[in-house]
Design a protein around this ligand. Structure first.
Ligand code: HEC
Ligand code: HEC
Length: 438
């Protein structure tokens, strides 16, 4: 009886094991039979507690990835982006002003390039810049590649005398020449570095890297995709206020920049800022934050109707890109909401409105992909920066200090003259009163 029992148990367990194994096999079968799409329950947006101003979430890298954005090209572009040796002084890279270790900008009012020179406007973020229809505050470049030609030779940015001089720095590094050959080999039929390292390929590679700088999956995106709990009570209030005030009439679309279809198409969405320049509160802001010092898009088109027009900037990650506006004069997000409200909507925002909208804007902060400083190719045993680069810099500093000294001297002289005049007057008065008293 006992033996029979044991045999039954053995048979039962073998049977169980066989069934389990079969189950496991069929499970692996299922996962091998193609990608199992995790289709998310996409709640209807009108079931959400508050209808979002823009119903599309962050489009993600796939939306702007170009066919030939290969891994090798992106890596080359990243190296060039981080390489300060392409600047006159060997100190300024794209990352100096567009720091991808943080908000993709420089946290300064206006950008500072070689020799401490500052330009007229603030550095915008490079995060999500691949989605822009045009580049720069005034939209003077259509594409990222076209944009990247500018800073290399701008004297307030990387300060190279011309593009050939910048390319010669790159050509001097064998590692770079090899990388260009690897990436663009198909179209190269020469082994002359001059033919291999061209401006077109340089900015093409930088643009390919910049297109990877996307920040999806913000709390706002999660909300739009149907997670009603992704936003707090105050953030929802802020979202409602954002719509009631009319902010989304300009800051619409998934980038909150007026448009995102046809990225890099050159079809800019611009708006005048300030629109309500006669609003009393706006008048103060204009004065305080230099809002009407630059011509805006008129500087590009020469058309008076474009005066004070600016590209509607993205509000993605805006909490990390202070200070604000093209002048970089507005220090806080709250203040920028007040400025927008007064100058664009003729409305004096209450403290509560401002706080709520600020809370909402922080929900547009997405997930930043991890960034690593790349290793840069090095020439062997020789300097990449000409030996007089430092000399130039010293000369400039001396000149600047000399100017300061001159100013100091003249101030001192004026001061001494005033004191001398005062003493002479006092002496004369004393003398006169003595004479009177006599
Ligand atoms: C000295 C600081 C500085 C350096 C260096 C610099 N930039 Fe910029 N960048 C700026 C400023 C300032 C602007 C805005 C200029 C304007 O709109 O007139 C800008 C604009 C941009 C824009 C347009 C973004 C938008 O929202 O319109 C991109 C993209 C960009 N830069 C990428 C680069 C790349 C790539 C490099 C390196 C080749 C680079 N920058 C080097 C300061 C800098
Ligand atoms: C009529 C169009 C328009 C409306 C309405 C509008 N904006 Fe703007 N917004 C702009 C433009 C154009 C700029 C760039 C202005 C500049 O740099 O001088 C801007 C800039 C901003 C900035 C600064 C971004 C940066 O990177 O420096 C913030 C923040 C902002 N807007 C938020 C808002 C909020 C919040 C509202 C509603 C209260 C609003 N905007 C309403 C057109 C508009």
């Amino acid at each position: 009886m006992g033996k029979l029992w044991k045999t039954a148990l053995l048979i039962a367990s073998i049977g169980f094991l066989i069934t389990a194994a079969a189950g496991a096999v069929s499970a692996t079968d299922a996962s091998n039979s193609g990608p199992v799409l995790q289709v998310q329950e996409n709640n209807e947006t009108d079931e959400l507690p508050v209808e979002p101003p823009t119903e599309e979430s962050h489009p993600g890298y796939e939306a702007i990835q170009q066919e030939d954005d290969t891994e090798e090209k992106i890596e080359l572009g990243e190296q060039l982006y981080f390489d300060p040796r392409i600047s006159e002084t060997g100190t300024i890279s794209c990352n100096t002003c567009h720091n991808v270790m943080e908000g993709g900008d420089d946290s300064r009012p206006t950008a500072m390039g070689v020799h401490g020179e500052t330009g007229p406007v603030a550095s915008p973020t490079v995060w999500n810049s691949g989605f822009h229809h045009t580049q720069f505050w005034d939209g003077r470049a259509d594409t990222l590649a076209e944009q990247a030609e500018g800073p290399i030779v701008a004297d307030v940015e990387m300060g190279m005398p011309d593009h050939e001089a910048a390319l010669d720095r790159v050509r001097a590094v064998d590692g770079y020449v090899e990388a260009y050959e690897d990436v663009y080999g198909d179209e190269i039929d020469s082994d002359d570095p001059d033919d291999i390292v061209t401006l077109e390929r340089t900015v093409d590679a930088i643009a390919a890297y910049e297109r990877t700088l996307v920040t999806p999956n913000s709390p706002y995106d999660q909300y739009v995709e149907g997670d009603a709990d992704a936003l707090s009570e105050q953030e929802l209030d802020g979202m409602e206020t954002f719509q009631e005030l009319g902010c989304q009439s300009c800051h619409s679309g998934p980038m909150f920049s007026g448009q995102w279809e046809n990225p890099e198409s050159g079809e800019g969405v611009y708006n005048q800022h300030p629109t309500f320049e006669d609003n009393a509160q706006c008048e103060e802001y204009i004065e305080e934050y230099d809002l009407m010092e630059n011509p805006g898009r008129m500087g590009v088109t020469d058309d008076e109707r474009d005066e004070y027009n600016y590209k509607v900037p993205t509000l993605r990650n805006v909490e990390h890109t202070a200070p604000y506006m093209h002048t970089g004069q507005v220090a806080t997000l709250e203040e920028s909401i007040r400025v927008m409200s007064a100058c664009q909507l003729d409305h004096e925002a209450s403290d509560e409105e401002v706080e709520d909208v600020a809370a909402f804007l922080t929900t547009l902060t997405g997930e930043y992909p991890e960034q690593e400083m790349p290793r840069l190719p090095n020439p062997s045993g020789e300097s990449m920066i000409p030996m007089d680069a430092e000399g130039d810099f010293e000369d400039m500093q001396e000149e600047a200090e000399g100017d300061e000294d001159d100013d100091g001297m003249s101030l001192l002289a004026i001061g001494a003259a005033i004191i001398a005049l005062a003493l002479v007057t006092a002496a004369a008065l004393v003398g006169y009163s003595r004479y009177e008293n006599q």
